[in-house]
Design a protein around this ligand. Structure first.
Ligand code: AFP
Length: 353
């Protein structure tokens, strides 16, 4: 008999998520649905002659030029979360300081960090993009300071992302596994289509922006060179490579079929120890992947153990199939102890004949 695909709401009730957390996650689902309705129109203009494509003259706190859709998605998330009355404070990739919720009720028990639109450089070229969120219990106090937001990722009570692709999906965890829901355009509900997602422990597929190779530390250069050497090299197997330019899409592939995503520390800009942000990109993805049997690391420590120093802190990230993440961590440990073999192990020209 065909299995009934239950709704997100029913799933949260059946898995005994607290009523307040279930309400919060359903509000995030509604915000994601509103964004999905915008992305599916692409460059088609609305009555006011506007569309979601293009860049603005403004920059965000990261010093990055904002896409039109960045600002729209930020407003949708901020208003949806505030309207629940359950959120004491928010941190958005698009906003410098934490957003304290004005008419805070005494039921405001959560802090929410979010990247309202990940992969915005892909909007105009119609490649999958997404929204990422991370939920913590809020400290019980009236005026939150920035220090109150600096909580290690292992304290998250929920995490997830929406991916706006050929279909719109919502992938969430409340600490009881990682589960995928697909948006039904007909019923306007997210239906459970990928229960208990699992990341295979091994993989032959890596994702990295190889144009940064000259800036990487030796352990990453070693690892990628060995992947490229394939079966002829010391890994004795051929690898495939993907790089979508949207972390949400790369991580979604990893949750679906395994793989490893790397955005390592590089020497391109010493002020930035990595491109991705700890609180609203690395931490939520790390919780999702760990809950699916994978691993997430800086190369030198478990991502969810990292003590945050700043709400927009950048961090190197290696995430995906557990055995592959651990393989790379061993290379970092040998490098830091000075016991790694001189690099390159072989003359790279032998591979680039
Ligand atoms: P944008 O949101 O600015 O497009 O950045 C996306 C992202 O943070 C992440 O989703 C991608 O994996 C990564 O940056 C792509 O970085 P490169 O443009 O350096 O490849």
């Amino acid at each position: 008999m065909k299995k009934v695909q239950i709704s997100l709401e029913s799933f949260l009730q059946e898995t005994h998520a607290s009523e307040s957390l279930a309400t919060l996650l359903c509000a995030i689902a509604e915000a994601s649905q509103a964004i999905s309705a915008l992305t599916e129109n692409g460059a088609i203009e609305n009555k006011a002659g506007e569309n979601i494509y293009g860049k603005l003259n403004s920059e965000n706190v990261q010093g990055e030029t904002q896409a039109t859709l960045d600002v729209i998605c930020d407003k949708i998330f901020t208003s949806s979360l505030a309207a629940t009355g359950l959120v004491a404070g928010m941190v958005s990739e698009e906003v410098d300081l934490p957003i304290a919720v004005k008419d805070k009720t005494n039921k405001a028990e959560f802090l929410v960090f979010f990247d309202p639109l990940d992969g915005s450089s892909n909007v105009d070229v119609n490649v999958s993009i997404g929204s990422i969120f991370s939920v913590f219990k809020s400290p019980i106090k009236t005026d939150l300071s920035e220090a109150d937001y600096l909580i290690a990722g292992k304290q998250q009570v929920a995490a997830g992302y929406a991916i706006y692709g050929p279909c719109t999906m919502l992938i969430i965890t409340t600490g009881q596994g990682t589960h995928g829901f697909t948006l039904s355009r007909a019923s306007k509900q997210f239906l459970l289509t990928h229960p208990d997602m699992q990341v295979p422990a091994d993989t032959k597929e890596y994702a990295i922006n190889s144009s940064n190779q000259r800036y990487w530390e030796s352990p990453i250069k070693r690892y990628i060179t060995e992947c490229k050497a394939g079966a002829a090299g010391r890994r004795e197997k051929d690898f495939n490579m993907r790089w979508i330019g949207s972390m949400v899409a790369d991580v979604h592939r990893i949750l679906t079929r395994g793989g490893i995503y790397l955005y390592p520390k590089d020497s391109k800009d010493s002020a930035k120890p990595g491109r991705l942000r700890l609180m609203y990109e690395a931490n939520p993805m790390a919780m999702l992947v760990e809950q699916a049997g994978g691993a997430a690391s800086t190369g030198r420590m478990r991502m969810l153990d990292v003590p945050p120093e700043h709400i927009h802190q950048r961090i190197p990230i290696i995430i995906g199939s557990k055995n592959e993440v651990e393989h790379i961590e061993r290379y970092h440990a040998a490098f830091d102890k000075g016991t790694d073999e001189p690099f390159p192990l072989f003359n790279e020209r032998t591979f680039y004949r």
